[in-house]
Design a protein. Structure first.
Length: 562
């Protein structure tokens, strides 16, 4: 570290590019600093550094974090602790462009495996980005010296010395309890659990943070559906158990239907303490399905939902550059089934009306032989009985769904009430005039969709660069992949990982390349090699990746326009 200090002072006032000479590893009294990459100028992407502190200088014992869920929770916790220290430490370093900027890839509310913090048997490593100080394009050597040899080590030492031990203990206990609940879902044939007193509403429509407690109505299970779970921590919690099958959530507008579904869809992830949804746990294969006008579809068998198109066009191997709402929704379901989902989540607000229902009057006017769409209402029970695929549906506008639902909840002032008996009686008293439009049972997928590596490889530019652009866009060469409607994608770091996973599949998978097998093979490799292995740059820390689900990776590949 002393050598680095002298080097930086000598570089004071020299051309910014001379900073490239400081890349390397530097030992200090308590930490080792790794300068993996130095930015080309003060306005470029920040430099990447790692700070490693051995366990001999911490009170962390790696043998306490052998369970994967607890390790993920540990890394999440320390990434947030480091971010707090960055906010608290007064940084007086200034200059041109990104000079003096220091940041870590801070997690959101969801606890996801990420690369910002790395734990080894020997110590803990923090991966950060920082802007090395300059004035114009001249090095501010003294300020760079303060940043790298004093400020950064101080931040990391404070992080591992001053963290709240009790909070870490609670986070690890919670991770273990959440894992237990997921196992209980499988044992009890459930698809979701929502604990009593959960705070489901979010602070704003664009925030993942919970609504203030005084403004929110805590969730309370209907007595009929309440179960008690005994957790490994010794705690007992009560909450609503949603069984496999077809579940309907109905009620008036603004009474919390979509809020409940959104909490269920985000329950595929664990949530941190204080989120309000810590004990909202959903089957990890659950996927939110919606319509996407204008979506590109390639070689999808949508025949269970759309068939007998005009002029004899087949739908067993269907492609479209500009799909309609109903066609895109059908494709979204079939693509999800290809990736082994066992739970579909659908909100009528984001669905194509003609895909969800055809009422009796419309059936009278437009005969079935002139309507290629088999509406979801006529497939939802079939999906469960034939394929074992459950559904949770938000429906406020069609009582015809009472006939096909196994359980019906009505939301009143943000609280659920089990109205199955009343709804079924209404269905008996007011018989529907519509007729089911199933021509044959739900078929098993007969095709294995293949990835055309040659055509996808043509998307790359000379540098073969792929990158995320915010949460909802990936850029491959000049092609933008739009992920706006992947509602269970929650952090930009997941999108960055998705971009590199797509590149890995295109470049390194063996042909012939089936979509599902290629994705499963990649995840198997990542399980052994770690998410770090996605990094395209040798020697540079990959501190801004978070693991997406297989379902989101498949969905991203399916949306590449080529």
């Amino acid at each position: 570290m002393e050598h680095l200090s002298k080097q930086l002072i000598k570089l004071d006032g020299k051309s910014y590019r001379a900073l490239k000479s400081i890349q390397g590893a530097y030992d200090g009294d308590m930490v080792t600093l790794f300068i993996d990459y130095v930015q080309g100028d003060p306005f470029a992407a920040p430099s990447r550094v790692r700070v490693f502190i051995p366990h001999t200088h911490t009170d962390l014992n790696p043998s306490d974090y052998v369970k994967p869920d607890q390790m993920i929770a540990l890394k999440h916790f320390f990434a947030k602790e480091c971010h707090k220290q960055l906010q608290n430490v007064k940084n007086t370093i200034s200059g041109t462009g990104k000079s003096g900027l220091i940041f870590i890839d801070v997690p959101g509310q969801e606890v996801i495996d990420r690369t910002a913090v790395f734990m080894t048997p020997k110590g803990i490593e923090f991966r950060l980005s920082c802007g090395l100080p300059a004035q114009g394009r001249r090095i501010l050597g003294h300020q760079a010296n303060t940043l790298l040899t004093s400020l950064l080590p101080k931040i990391i030492i404070n992080t591992v010395k001053n963290y709240d031990r009790e909070s870490l203990k609670k986070a690890l206990i919670l991770a273990n309890d959440q894992k237990h609940i997921r196992l209980e879902l499988k044992k009890r044939q459930l698809v979701s659990f929502i604990a009593n007193n959960s705070i489901l509403p979010r602070k704003t429509g664009v925030s993942h943070k919970p609504m203030l407690t005084q403004d929110a109505v805590p969730f309370e299970s209907p007595a009929k559906d309440e179960i008690i779970l005994k957790l490994p921590s010794g705690k007992q919690i009560r909450g609503m158990a949603i069984k496999k099958g077809v579940t309907l959530i109905t009620g008036g507008g603004y009474h919390g239907k979509s809020t409940l579904l959104q909490a269920i869809e985000k329950g595929v992830y664990n949530h941190e303490i204080g989120d309000g949804r810590e004990y909202v746990i959903t089957d990890e294969s659950a996927i939110k399905i919606r319509s996407e006008d204008g979506r590109m579809i390639k070689h999808v068998n949508i025949s269970p939902f759309i068939n007998d198109l005009p002029f004899g066009k087949t739908t067993e191997d269907f492609s479209s550059q500009n799909a309609s709402g109903s066609t895109s929704q059908a494709a979204n379901i079939m693509e999800a089934l290809e990736m082994d989902t066992t739970l579909l989540l659908i909100d009528e607000d984001t669905s194509a009306t003609n895909f969800m229902i055809r009422d009796a009057r419309m059936q009278q006017l437009v005969r079935k032989d002139k309507e290629p769409i088999t509406p979801f209402i006529d497939r939802v029970q079939d999906l469960y009985t034939e394929k074992g695929i459950s559904s949770i549906l938000v429906i406020g506008g069609s009582g015809d769904y009472f006939d096909v639902a196994d359980v019906i909840y009505m939301m009143e002032e943000y609280q659920p009430f089990n109205k199955t008996r009343e709804a079924k009686k209404i269905a008996q008293d007011l018989l529907t005039q519509r007729t089911a439009e199933i021509s044959k049972p739900f078929q098993t997928l007969k095709q294995k969709r293949m990835i055309d590596k040659r055509r996808l490889f043509q998307l790359f530019d000379k540098k073969e660069k792929v990158e995320s652009k915010g949460l909802h866009n990936i850029k491959i060469g000049k092609t933008i992949v739009d992920l706006t409607y992947l509602e269970q994608l929650v952090h930009q770091s997941q999108t960055q990982a998705l971009a590199l996973m797509i590149k890995r599949i295109i470049k390194h998978s063996k042909e012939p390349l089936a979509l599902k097998e290629a994705i499963n093979d990649l995840y198997e490799k990542l399980e052994h090699q770690g998410i770090d292995s996605l990094s395209p740059f040798a020697g540079q820390h990959p501190g801004d990746f978070a693991l997406p689900r297989k379902l989101e990776l498949a969905a991203a590949i399916n949306r590449i326009r080529h």
